[in-house]
Ligand binder design. Structure first.
Ligand SMILES: *[C@@H]1O[C@H](CO)[C@@H](O)[C@H](O)[C@H]1NC(C)=O
Ligand SMILES: *[C@@H]1O[C@H](CO)[C@@H](O)[C@H](O)[C@H]1NC(C)=O
Ligand SMILES: *[C@@H]1O[C@H](CO)[C@@H](O)[C@H](O)[C@H]1NC(C)=O
Ligand SMILES: *[C@@H]1O[C@H](CO)[C@@H](O)[C@H](O)[C@H]1NC(C)=O
Length: 362
């Protein structure tokens, strides 16, 4: 008897931990707000501040941010403060149109947060700040690049859609420490859909974790997508505003064992005309791949830079597969970059690259 009881108890423990181990998934529901009668009036949001079950049966709640004071808070940061530490349900922070001039931080202790605007009018909901690397704290110490972010996200399962995140500092070429990050994302498992990320030097710090950027618009001049995350950028617009020197991707992978990299699939690459690099090897094993992209005539024919560290030519993984447009001409590319075969590109083409099976249900 005792043995049977013990055995079933053990079985129960295995089952419970098995269910827990399934983890959570990000679904479309996580970046949507539900309205009554399709009315886009936030007063009629069915789930506001109370809990409701989403399409997947899981609970979520909504916090409304409205500058005019009719919501639950006037600032985005105040809305983040309303989310409890160790939060375990999806909290959708619905941001009404307006320019929110504030610096926003989502700490690691607050997972499952979504920032939601109107996906069809992302430019009407703007989170805007203006710190640059050379700025100083009151104690005199310099901010440095990482701490300039207008919006910093350190928590897991973050989502955003229909908003603009900007750093309004305009980097002067050759200016002292003009790095000015708009978004720094360092949590694991995030989806950004129709988000506009605007800056000049170091716009998007895609720091660590696995991230999915879908139909986003990212603007910058120098290394404007940088960091060591494992990210898929699908159907995004990458827009260069470089006027002296420029590069799109500066990936920071430092060893062969890291499964990180930036994969751009079916993106469009446009710009102000100045020739820039597709990528620069920030780390020894820097990895960036462009597949099925439309690339305007704004790319330096050599395509890629070793960051003046020639040994990186042996270990950096810079690939192009089936890209179109004048900027995709590989005739004068550096010899250490690669024109991928389908088999080589395959690994980078869909959400499997970011481990999507474990956390995405889109
Ligand atoms: C919803 O809840 C179920 C069961 O609790 C869980 O398996 C599933 O992963 C959850 N989905 C999301 C999107 O959190
Ligand atoms: C949050 O979770 C951490 C780690 O489990 C725990 O140490 C901490 O006390 C929790 N904080 C609150 C406010 O629940
Ligand atoms: C690229 O995206 C467009 C829609 O933006 C889609 O129609 C097309 O099938 C995509 N192509 C590839 C190769 O994924
Ligand atoms: C990169 O490679 C160089 C040359 O092999 C080496 O000296 C350096 O320590 C490496 N950097 C890192 C961070 O491993």
């Amino acid at each position: 008897m005792d043995f049977i009881r013990m055995a079933s108890f053990l079985l129960l423990i295995i089952c419970v931990s098995g269910v827990k181990g399934l983890g959570k998934y990000i679904t479309w529901d996580d970046i949507k707000i539900h309205y009554q009668d399709n009315d886009q009036d936030y007063k009629k949001i069915t789930e506001r501040l109370s809990f409701r079950n989403g399409d997947d049966g899981n609970q979520s709640r909504v916090i409304v941010v409205d500058q005019s004071g009719h919501g639950d808070s006037r600032t985005l940061q105040a809305a983040v403060e309303m989310v409890p530490v160790n939060n375990s349900i999806r909290v959708k922070i619905y941001i009404l149109p307006g320019v929110y001039r504030e610096k926003v931080m989502v700490p690691a202790s607050k997972p499952y947060i979504s920032f939601i605007g109107d996906p069809n009018h992302a430019s009407e909901t703007v989170l805007s700040w203006h710190d640059k690397a050379s700025d100083r704290y009151k104690d005199g110490s310099e901010l440095g690049t990482y701490r300039t972010a207008s919006v910093a996200v350190e928590s897991d399962y973050f989502c955003a859609s229909g908003i603009t995140i900007e750093n309004t500092v305009v980097a002067v070429p050759g200016g002292y420490k003009m790095q000015a990050v708009a978004l720094r994302i360092a949590g694991n498992k995030a989806v950004l859909y129709r988000v506009r990320i605007l800056g000049t030097q170091d716009t998007l710090l895609d720091e660590t974790g696995s991230h999915y950027f879908y139909r986003c618009y990212i603007q910058g001049s120098v290394d404007f997508i940088f960091g060591n995350a494992r990210s898929l950028y699908k159907e995004c617009s990458l827009h260069s505003v470089a006027d002296k020197y420029g590069a799109i991707a500066a990936h920071h992978r430092n060893s062969e064992g890291e499964d990180t990299g930036f994969s751009f699939v079916n993106c469009s690459v446009t710009g102000s005309g100045l020739a820039i690099f597709l990528g620069r090897a920030w780390g020894n094993y820097s990895r960036a791949v462009y597949s099925y992209c439309d690339i305007d005539n704004i790319i330096d024919p050599s395509g890629w830079s070793d960051w003046n560290q020639p040994w990186r030519q042996r270990t950096a993984v810079f690939g192009e597969y089936e890209c179109r447009g004048k900027g995709a001409d590989r005739k004068k590319r550096v010899s250490w970059s690669k024109s991928f075969e389908f088999e080589e590109a395959l690994h980078f083409l869909d959400t499997d690259f970011i481990g999507g099976k474990d956390w995405l249900r889109l």
